[in-house]
Design a protein around this ligand. Sequence first.
Ligand code: GDP
Length: 436
Amino acid sequence: MFDTLSDRLTSVLKNLRGKGRLSDADIDATCREIRIALLEADVALPVVRAFIAQIKERAKGAEVSQALNPAQQVVKIVDEELVGILGGETRRLNLAKNPPSVILLAGLQGAGKTTLAGKLAKWLRGQGHTPLLVACDLQRPNAVTQLQVVGERAGVPVFAPEPGNGVGDPVEVARQSIAEAERSQYDIVLVDTAGRLGVDEELMRQASNIRDAVTPDEILFVLDAMVGQDAVNTAEAFRDGVGFTGVVLTKLDGDARGGAALSVRHVTGQPILFASNGEKLEDFDVFHPDRMASRILGMGDVLSLIEQAEQHFDQEQAEKAAQKIGSGELTLEDFLEQMLAIRKMGPIANLLGMLPGAGQMKDQLADFDEKSLDRMQAIIRGMTPAERADPKMINASRRLRISRGSGVAVSDVNDLVTRFFDARKMMQQMAGRFGM
Ligand code: GDP
């Protein structure tokens, strides 16, 4: 799911990298690409429009961040807007103050309701609850048996009409299940209802009758994320016909384009609570808008890198360093300071590992020698302040002393000093070229 969308968004945003400033034309072009990517992923048009309008406004607006470059800022904005479209905060289940709480599952046939009932029951049990599954799908042959199988696997009992009584009345079954839960102290009742292949009145009426009989604390609309554009119509029909308080997305493991997942919150105004991503009972989790957004953006952990950069960024220090680089006055003291500032964010290999494409350099990252940085720090600390300011004055005998004092080979000291001069020369040339 989301693979194509992810690829598209990643490459659109990659194009911005290395740009010092973003013009309005850059932002327009980027937004155009994002728009096409979303439409191709089957995201509903009103959602795409709202999304693009937000991105444009924010990217062109005066959101100046000193810690982030323009490309990173756009990534951050897109990420935040994606989180918003997906619902913002993670929404937990609302349970009743006085048990039993009632959760009603509604949706089309094949959406994954019965499977979800089992997953939810198992998950709730893991959370210390004592759920009761209720079979109110009395239309589909085998639906009751299917729920019983699922219940057994989840280790949760199933309340169902006695076999042989003909077709039971689902409303009556639902009502009786509440009495049973009160009697036997189940704290959550999970009601599985019948679906139809398409939206029809009879289906809505039955679900509404069950709803009125048991006054649920949550009505969860179960939506197959593979169905594409049609998802939005179905969701609207259920919202108007039965009403729901939350959405569960199923089949997120499929290779569909994922537009349903991105549209349903915005279109129905109701949050996504859970996500199902496979046929096994364990393939299920609470839905976290922020995690889903990073997954869609496919930016590895660039977003956490951006967060860390913002957290640890020291404006004054950075300006000082930039100025010194430009004027060719950078000293080893500054170099040490910068190195310490970066290392505050964590091991360098971890930081590099967060960059996109880092997966391909796994081996090099594993070989990265954090100790070489320790050695550099030790060498610079072994110098006098005057030497750090002007490494030219460090003669052969001082180099030997410093190497002994910091426990490294004299060649390491030579290496550091040479590389420092090379780097300073390069920075001066670059600064000259960019007019810093
Ligand atoms: P219901 O008619 O709404 O009760 O749907 P079911 O629970 O019977 O599910 C319909 C089909 O979808 C079954 O074959 C399930 O195994 C399958 N299914 C349900 N959830 C998922 C999921 O998250 N991923 C995948 N791949 N299949 C699922």
